[in-house]
Write a protein that binds this ligand. Structure first.
Ligand code: SF4
Length: 328
C-alpha cells in the first residue's frame, strides 16, 4: 500500500501484486472490492482518495475479469519487456506473443494501462525499439532498472552492469527527446523535470520521512517491515506488523535509527550536490544498492548531468523543456 500526502490530503493507493493477481478468481476480487466499498466508502473511492492498481504479466486473462477491473476503476500496469527468452511459462514457452495479443484485447475493450519494462541485460540494447512499440500504442512506459535485484549477477542471461544500464537510459533519452509524438517514459520524464527546476532555480519539497511520513513500506511474508533502501536486511528491520501496531513501529528505536540513517546518507551524498533542491534526494532512497557511489548517487546524478549538458548544448530554454514535458 502506498500513501501520499499533498497539501494536507492523503491519497492511498492499494497495489495488487503477485505472483499474478489476475489468477485470483473473479469472485475473490469482487469480494475484496465489496469490502473496500463498505470500509473505505463509495464516495472516497470515487473521488480517488483510495485508488486500486494492479500489476500483471497479462499472460492469462479473461474478458470478464478485465471488465471487472474497468468497472471498479482498478488501474492496470502491464509488465512486458518485448524481448523473448526471459519471461517463460512453467513449461518453458516464451510469453511475449500471448501478452501482445492480450494488449490488443485491452485496446479493444478501451481499458487504459501503463507498461513496465525491466531494464537489464536482455533489454538494454533494444530500448528504442521497445519504446517505439509503446509510443505507437500511446501507452506510458516505465523502464525499471534491475540494478540490485538478487539474481542480477554475472552469468545470468539478463545480467547488466551499472554502466551498461546507464548507457541504455542515455540512448533512450536521445531517442525519446526528438520524437514528434513522444509518450511519457519514466524515469526520463522525471529527470527532465528536475533539470527544468534546476534551470529555473526552483526547489521541490525535500524527501523527509520524519516531516512528511511514509511513502512506501515493504512488508515481508513473515510480517517484518522495511524501508525500500533496506529491503529485507534483518539488521535494519523497522519492526513486525504481526506483533506491533504502526504507532508502536514509528515510536520504536529501530524506526528512529532508520530516520538517522536517512539524514546521514543525505548529508554525505546530497549536501554539496548541484542538483539539491531541484532534486528532492529521493533517488538516494528508492531501492537497495550494493554500492551507492563515491560522492553522489550513481543513477540519478549521472543522468541529470547528461541531460543537463544535452539541453545546454542545444540551448533549450525553460519554455522548450516545458513544451517537451507537456507534449505540446
Ligand atoms: S546526490 Fe543524487 S539524490 Fe542527492 S541531490 Fe544529488 S542527484 Fe539528488
Amino acid at each position: 500500500m502506498i500513501a501520499r500526502q499533498s497539501e494536507g490530503a492523503t491519497e492511498t493507493e492499494i497495489c495488487w501484486h503477485g505472483g499474478e493477481p489476475l489468477l485470483l478468481p473473479s469472485d475473490y476480487i469482487e469480494g475484496v472490492m465489496a469490502l473496500e466499498h463498505e470500509i473505505l466508502g463509495d464516495a472516497q473511492l470515487k473521488r480517488g482518495e483510495y485508488r486500486n492498481s494492479l500489476q500483471s504479466n497479462l499472460y492469462s486473462v479473461q474478458k470478464d475479469k478485465l471488465q471487472l477491473l474497468a468497472r471498479e476503476h482498478i488501474e492496470l500496469g502491464v509488465s512486458l519487456d518485448l524481448v523473448g527468452g526471459v519471461r517463460l511459462t512453467a513449461a518453458g514457452q516464451e510469453t511475449e506473443d500471448q501478452v501482445a495479443r492480450n494488449i490488443d484485447l485491452l485496446t479493444k475493450l478501451g481499458i487504459d494501462f501503463g507498461a513496465i519494462v525491466v531494464l537489464a541485460g536482455h533489454t538494454r540494447r533494444q530500448v528504442t525499439e521497445i519504446y517505439d512499440f509503446y509510443e505507437e500504442l500511446g501507452v506510458e512506459v516505465r523502464f525499471l532498472p534491475l540494478f540490485d535485484a538478487p539474481l542480477n549477477e554475472a552469468g545470468a542471461s539478463f545480467a547488466a552492469s551499472y554502466p551498461e544500464m546507464l548507457d541504455a537510459l542515455k540512448t533512450l533519452f536521445l531517442h525519446w527527446i526528438d520524437r514528434p509524438r513522444r509518450t511519457r517514459v519514466s524515469p526520463l520524464h522525471e529527470y527532465l523535470e528536475t533539470i527544468l527546476l534546476h534551470m529555473l532555480g526552483r526547489s521541490k519539497h525535500r524527501y523527509d520521512r520524519k516531516a512528511n511520513g511514509e511513502f512506501v513500506l515493504l512488508v515481508n511474508t513473515d510480517g517484518s517491515l522495511y524501508e525500500r533502501i533496506d529491503a529485507y536486511d534483518r539488521t535494519k528491520m523497522l519492526g513486525n506488523v504481526f506483533d506491533q501496531s504502526i504507532n508502536e513501529v514509528i515510536s520504536s528505536p529501530n524506526y528512529q535509527a532508520s530516520l538517522q540513517r536517512d539524514v546521514a546518507l543525505a548529508e554525505r551524498y546530497c549536501s554539496s550536490c548541484e542538483y539539491l533542491g531541484a532534486c528532492d534526494t529521493s533517488p538516494l532512497f528508492e531501492s537497495p544498492r550494493r554500492d551507492i557511489g563515491e560522492a553522489r548517487c550513481h543513477v540519478a546524478y549521472p543522468l541529470y548531468r547528461f541531460i543537463d549538458e544535452y539541453v545546454r548544448e542545444r540551448r533549450y530554454t525553460p519554455s522548450d523543456l516545458q513544451r517537451i514535458l507537456t507534449f505540446a
